[in-house]
Design a protein around this ligand. Sequence first.
Ligand code: SAH
Length: 239
Amino acid sequence: MIRLYVDQPLGAEATVRPDPDQCRYLLGVMRLKTGDELLLFNGRDGEWLARVGEAGKKTCALVLAARTREQSVTPDLDLVVALVKRNRLETIVEKAAELGCRRVRLAITRRTNADHTNVARLQAIATEAAEQTGRLDVPLILEPEKLGAMLDGWDSARFLLFCDEGGHVPTALQALRDADGPWAVLIGPEGGFDDSERSRLHGESFVRACSLGPRILRADTAAIAALTLWQASAGDWRD
Ligand code: SAH
């Protein structure tokens, strides 16, 4: 069953008009016809069964039939990832959506090789992954910001799991022990963190440094591993 994210109110008897790209996808690519069913969600009103009403060449109207799932909140988990190369960053965003992140914050660090990226494209990837993975919300992809500024403005109620490849740090499961509360996971760039960043991070009260094992992982592997460990020990992979 096709699932579509629409940023419109969803309720009984409502009619939803997807945007032109979504209409093209539904009618052109998925070849839906009048009467065909699909699922809609908007991050606020749960998931709804809808049927294709009128279907023109480029426009269509979807008529809501019944709510299939109540809106639920996913665990409060952010991913902070340094601006790595585009294709790896796109993989990380897709996996962050599947692994239940609420937000993906993009960090500019001393060793990132870019200070900008196509955030709109990353948001589209996150939306498509949320549709596929069965989420009721879409992770928000935030504009890149310097790591120092991000830490200056950090909400200290949120723990930051600093995945530190520099060694001499606790294991991830040890670091996650005091896990009740909102968390963020921090993954560095291909070149890793430099000493000044490492010492800044180790000095912050909300930071919990951790190792992801004895081997150096690519940033996408590290992100997937760290998010998985968090979900399994403190998130919605527990019983
Ligand atoms: N500087 C490394 C590469 C960094 S890997 C090198 O020597 O090549 C990119 C990021 O993944 C790191 O900054 C870190 O956040 C994370 N990472 C990779 N392997 C890790 C490990 N074994 N323990 C903790 N974090 C790791």
